[in-house]
Design a protein around this ligand. Sequence first.
Ligand SMILES: [Zn+2]
Length: 472
Amino acid sequence: MFKKKKFDMFKRKKKFKATLLVLIFALIYGLYALYVAFAHNPGFELLSKNTISYSGLKAKIISDNTKISMVKVSLGTKEKSIYTIYEENNLDSDFQEKIISIPFTEEDKVVKFIKKNNLKSLYLYYEIKYKNKFFNSDLDKKIKISIDFQPPSIKSVRTDSYVYLGGIGYVIYETSKDTFLSYVDTGLNKKFYPIAIEKDNLISNLVFFTCGNRPCKNGKIKIVAEDLSGNSISLLRKMKTLKNKNWKTSNIVIDLSFLLNKYNEIFDSNLSIVSLENFLELNMILREKNNIEISSNTSAISNKLITSGKFYQMRNSKVFSDYSEKRDYYFQDEDKPLMTTYHWGYDLSSIKNAKIYASSEGLVSYVNNNGLGIYGKTIIINHGLGFYSLYSHLSEILVNVGDKVKTDTIIGRTGESGLAFGDHLHFGTYLQGVPFNSSEVWDQKYFLQKVLNIYNDFIKDPSNVQIKKSGI
Ligand SMILES: [Zn+2]
């Protein structure tokens, strides 16, 4: 009897322990499931500051480790959703984040509804069907959004309406206060940003631009202004391109032993023979890469001028190759050129290892002592307002990034580093990353008329002005 009781107690204890364990596991599992349910929920984030515009609506869907199977977005009043503007039932469920873009047109029912009722705000409803580790679930929410269908305005456009081929142009214009971003497009697939001054109820913009070594696209430039909601307006303005010079084309026969030397120097390699492939690797691929590096190091705009505006050609030097000179490269006596390049600067010859002075006052913004590929040892000086000068193929660099330089500062010595045939200086001028004809800065009278006077007039407004942003 006693024995049995003891045995029963033992059995009961064991049963109790097992039940407790099951309960604990169930509790942990339950807590975990709750954690998953609360912690892993998909998200919906409206981009462009909870505003919708004509350009449409952009939103980010965040899966947060759930599998999303359906997303539906609609617009309506506070009481009910009325117009479905997006519905996707076959979403690839493995994404972490997904941007959805819903464009609007004047013809859309929802746009007509907004206009008819002159609405200033709406409600955006979104529904997301998803599955976390345990459940299928449904997220159903609404948010209030504002409506902004009004693009910024552009007015009072002023320009002298011409540029020389390869040269600089300017345009001044005003945009409404809601302008978030403004720029000028000259057809180069590149944006030229303004120096902007914020006044009481508008923004005054001055843009210096270049159309590169070709005429401005269709004889025009495009001025663009965008607001925060994504509304955008553009305006075309006539821009005549005057041709004052014909640039020559030179035919270059590829010299394989010169190429071998330069290839080994630039790539720090030890080849004993080079092929045409090596030539293209150097003169096409590396050249392109180097030009991109120069462009990105000459793109930033300082609101202030860092130069007196007087630029000088290198002392005692002679030009032997112009800006935009076309170079056709031939292999031996083949008829067709293997490739063509344009020369984005001036080649200036002097004595060997000649002293190089800064072309104008400025701030050293880039130094490459190891050699910038085909350009060799290179210095870039920032002159402000998006203007830069570049010095390449140097044998020696005597300045550092951040140094203030003047026209009597010796910044380095000429050489033949990089893909240079003989000792010379390759000098280039850039505006917001685009090379332009340096003869326009060397012609001090022209630079004064086209850039300095325009900038000084623009900046000396009597009202209490403040530089807003350079647009980047
Ligand atoms: Zn050159």
